[in-house]
Design a protein around this ligand. Structure first.
Ligand SMILES: NC(=O)c1ccc[n+]([C@@H]2O[C@H](COP(=O)([O-])OP(=O)(O)OC[C@H]3O[C@@H](n4cnc5c(N)ncnc54)[C@H](OP(=O)(O)O)[C@@H]3O)[C@@H](O)[C@H]2O)c1
Length: 276
């Protein structure tokens, strides 16, 4: 699945915070040579500096000394782009792939700030990226070549699965499902724990049971990727049993599905409002 040979040989990482450093660790684990990597970040963390030293990565060289790389990864906060654009622009060469994970910044926004950028991939990862189990939706501008798309896939696969999107405007819905999704799952664990308390359990025990159940069910889905979630559910639901009694409530026409549809719709709308 990961093909290290398609990783770019020269790369500038702009913004080495939570996401940027998770990606960097993934690339190094895939075998990327640190000597081709440059990090630009105003306050790089101590552990990142150690990692950089270990792998021969250049950190914050004097501005004006960085040549345009094969790939420029934008992992700064979206609100930072405008102010940073004059410093970023000289890093974009004719053949530079610009890979942005900035939430809400469209390909058009990036082109406007970095007019020389022709090959732009806009990606939306999620927080399980920190443990290499993220999922990223990615959309490419028309100027992205097949090798550049392969390079972007390799870079993004370092933090988990990658889904290429036919249309950039699907990103708001991707944000609503997987970008924001981990929080829904954490909340599911909270709700199960609270319901366990109502059912008579001590709060700490209810929370341990709920957490471990969400973790374990997630792992089962991960290990059995070919089986649809609906079938996994059916497999553990005996007719007339306890699970069926709960699912009758959750799967009622006024149950979880319409609520989740409403929640994801609200997140998608907000993603649209924040874009630009
Ligand atoms: N975390 C997520 O789950 C998630 C999911 C999807 C997308 N994203 C996107 O990923 C991007 C990064 O998020 P994050 O959570 O990793 O944020 P973060 O931890 O705040 O990382 C951003 C990093 O960029 C640095 N920075 C600020 N201005 C800079 C500049 N002009 N040049 C270079 N570096 C600069 C920041 O330094 P200082 O801290 O010193 O300012 C910080 O280290 C955001 O655009 C976000 O929308 C994040």
């Amino acid at each position: 699945m990961n093909d290290a040979s398609t990783l770019p040989t020269t790369l500038v990482l702009l913004g080495a915070g939570k996401m940027g450093s998770a990606m960097l660790r993934g690339w190094l684990a895939l075998g990327m040579d640190g000597h081709g990597v440059t990090i630009v970040d105003p306050y790089p963390a101590d552990d990142l500096m150690e990692l950089a030293k270990e792998h021969g990565i250049l950190v914050n060289p004097p501005s004006g000394t960085i040549s345009p790389p094969e790939a420029l990864v934008l992992a700064i906060k979206p609100q930072t782009l405008e102010a940073a654009a004059p410093d970023i622009a000289p890093l974009v060469g004719a053949n530079t792939l610009v890979l942005s994970i900035m939430a809400g910044k469209t390909i058009a926004n990036i082109t406007q700030r970095l007019p020389k950028a022709k090959a732009i991939v806009r990606a939306m990862p999620n927080t399980p990226a920190a443990v290499g189990r993220g999922i990223t939706g990615a959309a490419a501008s028309a100027g992205v070549s097949a090798p550049q798309r392969a390079a972007a896939s390799a870079l993004l696969s370092a933090i988990g699965a990658v889904e290429w999107l036919d249309q950039e405007d699907w990103i708001d819905a991707v944000t609503a499902v997987s970008g924001s999704g981990p929080a829904y799952v954490f909340y599911l664990a909270e709700c199960m724990a609270k319901a366990g308390e109502v059912a008579g359990l001590p709060a700490d025990l209810a929370m341990r049971l709920a957490r471990a159940t969400v973790e374990g069910a997630g792992e089962l889905m991960f290990r059995d990727a070919a089986t649809p979630a609906s079938q996994l559910r059916v497999n553990v639901t005996s007719p007339g049993g306890t699970t069926a009694a709960a699912l009758d409530v959750l799967m009622d026409p006024n149950g979880l599905e319409p609520l989740m549809t409403k929640a994801i719709g609200a997140a998608k709308r907000r993603a649209g409002e924040l874009s630009g």
